[in-house]
Design a protein around this ligand. Sequence first.
Ligand code: NAP
Length: 160
Amino acid sequence: MIISLIVAIAQNGVIGKSNGEMSWHVKEEFQHFKNTTLGFPIVMGRKTFETLGKPLKGRLNIIVSKNQSYKTLFNDVVVESSLDKAIEHCENINSERIFIIGGGEIYKQAVSFVDEMIITFMKFEAEGEVKFPKINNDDWNIKKLSDHELFEIFRYERKN
Ligand SMILES: NC(=O)c1ccc[n+]([C@@H]2O[C@H](COP(=O)([O-])OP(=O)(O)OC[C@H]3O[C@@H](n4cnc5c(N)ncnc54)[C@H](OP(=O)(O)O)[C@@H]3O)[C@@H](O)[C@H]2O)c1
């Protein structure tokens, strides 16, 4: 099973606001997120799920929360108490690939073990307090996938 991470990062490292809001709305970038993740399980932190407000369609939504009694209004989402358990869940259903979709707290933990990262670099700075952790480019084989007016997309594949 390939464990991927997908993120969009502004030039100043910002990925969102501490009140949960997104720092920008770029439709074409959201379309890329949708096209890439459609059909695969997506794993997210409880705060990111609450920002979305509802599960994303066409994907198994897995929320991680340390609160054992965390419940949502939705029957079709899975809640797990750790990232390990979320990954185990995906292994048990024989997923070929999963996407870790944020937010900041989750990315901080996941960059150390994911197999690949699909990173969108926005071509502007953004307002917000939540940042993506620093990464060491030496650890990754980096390939540019596409270039757009407002962003570029790269694939980071872990070396070895
Ligand atoms: N630009 C992007 O690509 C992108 C993508 C996604 C999100 N975002 C932004 O990111 C921000 C949200 O990030 P955030 O750091 O505030 O929150 P978050 O990472 O979405 O969620 C944090 C919550 O996840 C749970 N959690 C974290 N680690 C866990 C673990 N090891 N085991 C079990 N549960 C765990 C905890 O929930 P409990 O408190 O319930 O225990 C924690 O409070 C928003 O601004 C959003 O817009 C940006």
